[in-house]
Design a protein around this ligand. Structure first.
Ligand SMILES: Nc1ncnc2c1ncn2[C@@H]1O[C@H](COP(=O)(O)OP(=O)(O)OP(=O)(O)O)[C@@H](O)[C@H]1O
Ligand SMILES: O=P(O)(O)OC[C@H]1O[C@H](OP(=O)(O)OP(=O)(O)O)[C@H](O)[C@@H]1O
Ligand SMILES: [Mg+2]
Length: 282
């Protein structure tokens, strides 16, 4: 049975469970459940603190886990990401009060507050910056106001938390993060259970970002129409009862669907329909 670590709290928890549910797995009904067996799908889910997940996976006690890239890197655990999941997207950045520093090179002798000590210590070391790091569990934006640090390093999504604390970003992003699937570094890549799990999640990712598009067009416009809807491999073309017309079916990126429909219409295509994809295996 495949043993999978799932975040039990925080920003990753809800979207991770939703994605697993969409992939056909049983998910816990109550936030107090710590382990859930899904015998039909031959998997066992362990609900763990997001920060601990890479450590469990690197120990080999669990086969794979869902966590944030930033948490994986911060842990220093011997684990690697094998699939990007597209949620909990953020950047990791330094911030200060305006006028404190124009770049990380100015941090010499300052104190930096963060919940991600591993990432910050490595970044400072890599750039030869001699600053102290103070570890805080959360709400690090307040550390400057309370005089615990002159600089913070934290997760930034919209920047609202920084603005509310009167802070501004300094320097380039230290890293960009999103939810990822991790496994122990060098674990066999061809494990059939892991491969099946990844295919299911990839199916969800595709179903979320593509729609199916159908339309009719005159045969003489087919090449130009197909250039707009090339599909993932190649579109399906079927003859219509009306001579000189064909029906086309292709997957298109959901975000482009309306623009493509406009362009197809302008080309003379008609009966243009888009439908949601609920699940797929490519
Ligand atoms: N506002 C946010 N937007 C996007 N991703 C976020 C946000 N806050 C945290 N994350 C991501 O969530 C993961 C951190 O999860 P974790 O549960 O430790 O923290 P949290 O979501 O801040 O919850 P908590 O309230 O328990 O601190 C990281 O991968 C981080 O990049
Ligand atoms: O750029 P924003 O959209 O404001 O999002 C970033 C904030 O969200 C998270 O905080 P969270 O609310 O989880 O609290 P925490 O700092 O205690 O973890 C993160 O730690 C930042 O503080
Ligand atoms: Mg947080």
């Amino acid at each position: 049975m495949l043993r999978i670590a799932v975040p039990n709290k925080g920003s990753l928890s809800g979207p991770a469970s939703a994605m697993l549910h969409e992939a056909g797995y049983k998910q816990r009904k109550e936030s107090k459940e710590l382990v859930l067996v899904d015998p039909e799908n031959e998997v066992e889910f362990f609900y763990l603190r997001p920060r601990d997940i890479a450590i469990y996976v690197s120990s080999g006690k669990l086969d794979i886990g869902i966590t944030g890239r930033d948490l994986l890197l911060d842990s220093g655990a011997d684990a690697e990401e094998i699939l990007q999941l597209g949620f909990a997207r953020s950047t990791f950045r330094y911030a200060t009060r305006p006028g404190t520093a124009s770049g990380p090179a100015d941090f010499h002798g300052m104190t930096i507050a963060t919940s991600y000590e591993g990432i910050v210590a490595k970044h400072l070391d890599d750039h030869g910056i001699d600053a102290s790091v103070v570890h805080l569990d959360g709400a690090v934006e307040t550390a400057v106001q309370l005089g615990v640090a002159q600089v913070i390093a934290d997760v930034v999504e919209t920047g609202t938390s920084l603005r509310n604390a009167g802070l501004e970003i300094v320097g380039e992003p230290i890293l960009t993060s999103e939810a990822v699937v991790v496994r122990r570094t060098g674990a066999p890549a061809d494990d059939p259970g892991v491969q099946r799990f990844l295919r299911r999640l990839q199916g969800v990712l595709v179903a979320r970002s593509y729609v199916m598009m159908d339309y009719d067009c005159r045969a003489e416009h087919l090449e130009r129409a197909v250039a707009l809807t090339p599909g993932l491999e190649s579109p399906t073309i079927s003859p219509l009862h009306n001579e000189g017309w064909v029906a086309v079916r292709a997957m298109v990126p959901a975000k482009d669907a309306q623009r493509i429909m406009d362009d197809l219409y302008a080309l003379g295509a008609r009966a243009i329909l888009t439908t949601a994809i609920h699940a797929c295996r490519l």
